[in-house]
Design a protein around this ligand. Sequence first.
Ligand code: ATP
Length: 193
Amino acid sequence: MIGLTGGIGSGKSLAAQYFAELGAFVIDADQLAREAIERGSKGFDEVVSIFGDSVLLNGDVNRSALAELVFKDSSLKLKLEGIIHPYVKKKFESAVSSLKDNEVLVYEIPLLVETKSQDRFDLVVTVESEYETRVERLRSRGMAKSEIDARIASQATRQEREDVADFLIENTGSEDELLRQVENIWDSIIETF
Ligand code: ATP
C-alpha cells in the first residue's frame, strides 16, 4: 500500500498514471470525492439540501463554487466532509479488500499529511516541483494566480510532506524524467516486498 502525495499541480496524477502503467492498482482520493457528489448520488442530494441550487451548474455540482464556499467557512467545510468522507472511506476499503496477492495499491491522496494518513500506508511517495512550474501548470488549467496561492498556502509544506515520505520524486524536468523516477521507485518496491 503506497500513499502518493504532493502539493497541488506537482504532477501526482501523471506519476500515478505511470505507476498504473507499471502494474499498480491506482485509486485517486480526488476522483472518489468527485464521485461522492456526482449527479444522481445520495451525496448530490445532500449537497443541494445544505448549499442550495446556487452551487449547481447545468445540473451538476459546480465544484469550484463549492470549494470557494467551504474555503471561507469551516462549519460548511465540515458538513461537506461529512458527506464526502464516508463515501471515500468505503470505496478505499473496498479497493483494499479486493487486492490480489502481490498486487501493489497506489492511493493518490493530495492531503495525506493534512489528514495524518501516513500510517495507513507501507510507503509514502511525495511528488514535488518548483513553485513557478506549478503556477504555470495550474494557470493553464484556468486557475487564477490568487486562487493558486491560497490553495498552496492552505496545504502542508513541501518539508512536511518530505518528513513523512520514504521516496521523493522531484518533478522538475521532462515527463520522461518523471517516468524514470517512478520506474526506479517501482523497482525498489518490487525488490523490497
Ligand atoms: P492536482 O493537485 O491539481 O491534482 P497534480 O499534482 O495531480 O495536480 P498533474 O495533474 O499530474 O498534477 O499535473 C499537472 C499538469 O502538468 C498536467 O497537465 C500534467 O500533464 C503536467 N505535467 C506534470 N508533470 C509534467 C512534466 N514533468 N512535464 C510536463 N508536463 C507535466
